[in-house]
Design a protein around this ligand. Structure first.
Ligand SMILES: Cc1ncc(COP(=O)(O)O)c(C=O)c1O
Length: 389
């Protein structure tokens, strides 16, 4: 079926599926390590890459392939490579792009694991500059002759700071560098970095793509050329996504649009309630009229997502609030059916040295809320009670 002109949800449901007449409607879980060869010559052709086919599930598997084709279509990329986690996808994308002596520019505000990975890259002779990528001058000034990659997270986890994907891509491309965007927070339903000029998209598929909090996964989307190079790199590193996890993520993606709409409307209601609360200093959510980068949000995002940065007035209120929540769950991760609340300073971003963390705006009073799919009134009532003095 040609889905080229179909809408987002139609493609989320049908794209990449391998159903055949009187066969299973849903692509089965091909829970196998190797695939058989027809004969010796066939095996040799597949192993040499002269013919495409299934050899071994660390490289290619029909179930993971459905996920890859679906996300490539939804992100508007030529191809995709699934990986065992978001961090495996990010590492594989970086290792595909740079070598010792190269230079990377990234933002100061990133998921803690990604930040830590960039710090570790010094061990391999790759220099990383952490700058405020929302300031285009900072990106321009940081570019060196060795700059090969600009890595962005927008909105950034956990402060919700945005970076102008198109403007940064223009700057990077002029200097011959590629742009990789972590699109975990928005998903292709709300933001399509490749259409804005980025070269590569990465996801923690653990989050909204899967959407149900029951598996870990990651993916890279880009040109066929980039994905084929990444497939080579990743095959040797070995972080393949399991077929079962790929099947769960594929199933989750079929409802991505309806889930994202509900995350979006719930988050707006929760954010509006919180901004009027007298124990709250600030609510950072792109759907609120006081969001500092409202114009940029309107330019590159089709929705505001389900993530809220809540800044309480007093640090001592943070544990009281977290411990008093009854419906909302105190846990890291994000983008699933349940509302998850956590404290970046002591949890997801604890790895960042404190003086840097505070400078980047990841203050001790900041609480991250991943607004789930429960009824908004119930989330608000729980949050309200937990904020009671
Ligand atoms: C924005 C973002 N990118 C990447 C990751 C890493 O993903 P994973 O936990 O699937 O390895 C996370 C994890 O929280 C994240 O929030």
């Amino acid at each position: 079926m040609n889905l080229k002109k179909s809408g987002f949800s139609t493609r989320a449901i049908h794209s990449g599926e391998k159903s055949s007449e009187n066969g299973p409607m849903i692509t089965p879980i091909y829970q196998t390590a190797p695939f058989t060869f027809k004969d010796a010559a066939h095996g040799a052709r597949l192993m040499s890459g002269k013919e495409k086919g299934y050899v071994y599930s660390r490289g290619l598997n029909p179930t993971t392939e459905v996920f890859e084709e679906k996300i490539a279509d939804l992100e508007g990329g030529e191809a995709a490579l699934s990986q065992a986690s978001g961090m495996a996808a990010i590492s594989a994308a970086i290792l595909t792009s740079v070598k010792a002596g190269d230079h990377i520019i990234t933002d100061e505000v990133l998921y803690g694991g990604t930040y830590d990975l960039f710090v570790d890259l010094a061990k391999f002779g790759v220099k990383v500059s952490f700058v405020d990528t929302s300031e285009l001058n900072s990106v321009e000034n940081a570019i060196l002759p060795q700059t090969k990659l600009v890595f962005l997270e927008t909105p950034a986890n956990p402060t919700m700071k945005l970076t102008d994907i198109k403007a940064v891509s223009d700057i990077a491309h002029e200097k011959g560098a590629q742009v990789v965007v972590d699109n975990t927070y928005m998903t292709p339903y709300f933001q399509q970095p490749l259409s804005l000029g980025a070269d590569v998209v990465v996801h923690s598929a653990t989050k909204y793509l899967n959407g149900h909090g029951d598996t870990i996964g990651g993916v890279i989307v880009g040109s066929s050329e980039f994905i084929s190079a990444a497939r080579h790199t990743a095959k040797n590193i070995g972080g393949a996504l399991s077929p079962f996890n790929a099947w769960l993520i594929t199933r989750g993606m079929k409802t991505l649009a309806v889930r994202m709409d509900k995350h979006n409307s719930n988050a707006l209601e929760v954010a509006r309630f919180l901004e009027g609360h007298d124990r709250v200093a600030r609510v950072i959510y792109p759907g609120l009229s006081n969001f500092p980068q409202k114009v940029l949000a309107g330019k590159q995002m089709k929705g505001n997502g389900g993530m809220i940065a809540l800044v309480l007035k007093k640090t001592s209120d943070v544990p009281l609030f977290l411990n008093a929540l009854k419906l909302c769950t105190l846990a890291v991760s994000l983008g699933e059916t349940a509302t998850l609340v956590q404290h970046p300073a002591t949890m997801t971003h604890a790895v960042i040295p404190v003086e840097k963390r505070l400078r980047y705006g990841i203050v001790d009073e900041l609480v991250r809320i991943s607004v789930g799919l429960e009824d908004a009134d119930d989330i608000i009532s729980d949050v309200d009670k937990a904020l009671e003095p």
